[in-house]
Ligand binder design. Sequence first.
Ligand code: PLP
Length: 437
Amino acid sequence: MPVSQKRQLNRSAELQRRAENLLPGGVDSPVRAFRAVGGSPPFAVRGEGAYLWDADGNRYLDYFGSWGPMILGHAFPPVVEAIQHAAANSASFGASTPSEGDLAELVIDAYPSIEKLRFVSSGTEATMSAIRLARASTKRDYIIKFEGCYHGHSDGLLVKAGSGVATFGIPGSAGVPDEIAHFTLALPFNDIFAVEAAFAEHRGQIACVILEPIVGNMGCVPPVDSYLQALRDITQREQALLIFDEVMTGFRVAYGGAQELYGVQPDMTTLGKIIGGGLPCGAFGARSEIMDMLAPLGPVYQAGTLSGNPLAMAAGIATVSHLKEHRNEVYARLEALSAAVADGVAAEAARIGLSLTTNRVGAMFTWFFAANSVIDFESAVTSDTATFARFHQAMLDQGIWLPPSQYEAAFMSTAHTMDDVAHTISAAKDALQGLAE
Ligand code: PLP
């Protein structure tokens, strides 16, 4: 497509002014406001495949995919049809539906660590409920999380969190009582000695260790060699539960998520994003003995008016079935496209002499404007966020929409093509050149 070098954003700017009077910051989720990168956020009105259109008619190549769910691209016809068909039979029943079992079977088949699961309406609900269940099943109160990991916005999980919390430099959210934050031990990611030390200090008191097995929410940060296995060994020894928050990585880095990729089985898994095919959906699952502690079988309460919503189930089934059926081609294609774009842009930066550290696992990656390797939150925040902001703006001006924060992962979909990759590398070359001048 002809790139929109001189984007007009009149309509988006008008919509933003209206939104700011109606919604705090004009948004329903903070990073959307573009505060970290500046400029007026384009208002999205349509998506098709790898592309998005804004309210002024500008077209963008999409590298954030609704923050992960759109692995098959926007308005993928089987997903659209499934939603339409389900909607024609009613948007919601508040009663059990066959579709919940259909999606549960698909997920359980893909994740051998899960024997039973429960659907919820967001990743936040999934992790919040998983923690409650972990505390109930171990009869312990402390939890371990890692600095820069984001598990949604429930109180105890906002301590030293990633994503928007990192983007806006909020150490812990206002409104979370100290008494709740006290039970969250936030440790550096990829540092197994810190985990050993925390268990030594709180022996018999730690219910679970929750992590993004590949972090996406401080930018993409993979686990170092044998880190996940070491966490598995320690939690087993200490009789604490290991929770992989695969809301982002589930069905993305491999059909069976990070647990399949690294061959480490957690006790509990949380999912979201892709399993809802773009509709609000999350899930948490584990062995039956843990899951059966949930009401109505057990004493742990958890519920939801729209949980297992038939439209979300239909979109999830259409998405996951497609991934299952075309599993080999899908993940090989995502790997090839993502390697080409991530390495191609990294090579342009190297040619120009700019410090860029590229982290990638499959179709999730981040270009950190940092000189050294990024392995944890401390190294992630050495990134030059002002330079990232200029890069982001320059890419957007050329019709390429990256996630609007240095501390987020970019995503590709099966709808992207090698032509899109070539276009992105050429745009990045210009953008990086502009930064160097
Ligand atoms: N866990 C992870 C790893 C996430 O990336 C996110 C959201 O980005 C969440 C949990 C929260 O999910 P949601 O935004 O659906 O509440």
